[in-house]
Ligand binder design. Structure first.
Ligand code: PHE
Length: 428
């Protein structure tokens, strides 16, 4: 449950719809699915296997299973934790802020211009978003200090099905808006002539980001799992769950985007601009809005916890720090690192790296570079370095059936490294 909590988060609800919107809709979605169910599944199993076999954080795990230069792959994961969480927390802060904006009735309009201006003014403010970013980081640190096992699991068990249900309701509302069918077509009728290198690159980084792969988050969680857990089943379940939530989020956002004539390639603001319009067209809209942003914040929290846990597990296991100290210092540094991301939508918007403002640049470095590199490493490691041991771990010493083991090995050895490497390099 905690691992699905890690997977399901802003990646599914905030990022997936705007990535699909920016990258041609249905063609993006189909490529995404193909990548998730081949490379994504395989890499996830690799991470669980390594984590449970080594019973360690990523740096320690590579160290103990093989040592040598492999340890640096673990460090890459810790670095990705810092980078990804810094902007993730900023966006999660927006979700918390929107809880209060919904309560106050501020968002109760379906006028695209008004909602766009609201979002812009809020994110451009130099203080308000940073305050919420700070609140979110503090919550993440608090959960980490309490330990991931108890709270996160219980939270995920109850609230995630509720989030799923709410998305179903919202999808029905969105799909029955006049003009919604154009959005449905955009989302589900592929036009492969629109596929470019950027589509592939976007789909790949989105797959890694959404499934929490490539930085050792699931490796760390794997190290907390008991030997009796069936990792193959667990991997299947998490992947299906994560994909279902992303699919539903697309089904909520994209039809509404077309119904209200928003711009599907509006980028990171898309969900925050589009959804209030949907709520405004519902009876009890304010109640739904509040419920949605509360659940979104919690989904983000169960993901951010797994990001910080990688950092904390490293400092606790390898450096002998106290858990509380590691969480507070790690969280504090990440909070500071997030400040330029937050300002990049306002006063610092003029400062760009490679044509991207700071927040998108951080996302790019984390999701489009570090995660795929980590994914290549993890699959090479399992496929070539520790395969017999990995197979034994995956099947629980032969207790669980795994007919597709040869396919897994083939993907780890060849398909994942080559495909991911090729997409990565062509993206750069
Ligand atoms: N998978 C999370 C989401 O979709 C984000 C995440 C990425 C979490 C990488 C952990 C590691 O929101």
């Amino acid at each position: 449950m905690a691992a699905s909590g890690s997977a399901v988060g802003l990646g599914n609800i905030w990022k997936f719809p705007y990535m699909a919107g920016e990258n041609g809709g249905a063609a993006f979605f189909i490529i995404y699915l193909a990548l998730v169910f081949t490379i994504g599944l395989s890499v996830m199993l690799c991470e669980f296997v390594i984590g449970r076999a080594a019973q360690r954080n990523p740096v320690g795990a590579y160290g103990i299973l093989k040592g040598g230069a492999w340890k640096y792959v673990g460090f890459l994961g810790v670095a990705a934790g810092f980078i990804i969480l810094s902007f993730y927390s900023v966006v999660a802060g927006w979700a918390i802020a929107y809880i209060f904006k919904s309560v106050s009735g501020l968002l109760a309009t379906s006028d695209p211009a008004a909602l766009g201006a609201l979002f812009k003014n809020f994110t451009a403010d130099p203080w308000e978003p940073i305050l919420y970013h700070g609140i979110f980081m503090a919550l993440t640190v608090a959960v980490i200090i309490g330990g991931v096992n108890g709270g996160i699991e219980r939270t995920s068990k109850i609230l995630m099905p509720l989030l799923f249900l709410l998305l179903v309701v919202l999808a029905v509302r969105s799909l029955t808006l006049p003009g919604a069918m154009a959005g449905l077509k955009f989302y589900l009728a592929p036009d492969f002539s629109k596929v470019t290198g950027a589509t592939l690159n976007g789909a790949l980084s989105q797959a890694f980001f959404s499934l929490s792969l490539g930085m050792g988050a699931l490796m760390t969680y794997g190290s907390y799992l008991s030997r009796s857990v069936n990792l193959i089943k667990t991997t299947m379940l998490i992947t299906l769950c994560d994909t279902a939530v992303a699919f539903l989020a697309g089904l909520v956002i994209l039809p509404a985007v077309f119904a209200f004539s928003f711009d599907p390639s509006a980028g990171p603001g898309l969900v925050f601009i589009t959804l209030p319009a949907v709520f405004a067209k519902m009876p009890l809209g304010i109640v739904f809005a509040v419920l949605f942003f509360v659940l979104l914040s919690i989904a983000a929290l169960t993901s951010s916890v797994s990001l910080l846990e990688v950092v904390v597990a490293y400092f606790v296991d390898e450096r002998g720090w106290q858990r509380r100290r590691a969480a507070t210092i790690g969280g504090g540094v990440i909070f500071l690192l997030g400040i330029p991301s937050s300002l990049s939508l306002g006063v610092w918007s003029g400062f760009t790296i490679g044509g991207k403002e700071f927040l998108s640049a951080m996302d790019y470095v984390g999701s489009n570079i570090l995660l795929p590199v980590g994914g290549i490493a993890v699959s090479l490691f399992v496929g070539w370095v520790i395969y017999p041991r990995a197979l034994d771990e995956a099947t629980g010493g032969g207790a669980h059936r795994f007919q597709l083991a040869p396919v897994w090995r083939f993907i780890c050895r060849y398909v994942a490294p080559i495909a991911v490497g090729w997409i990565l390099v062509s993206g750069l």
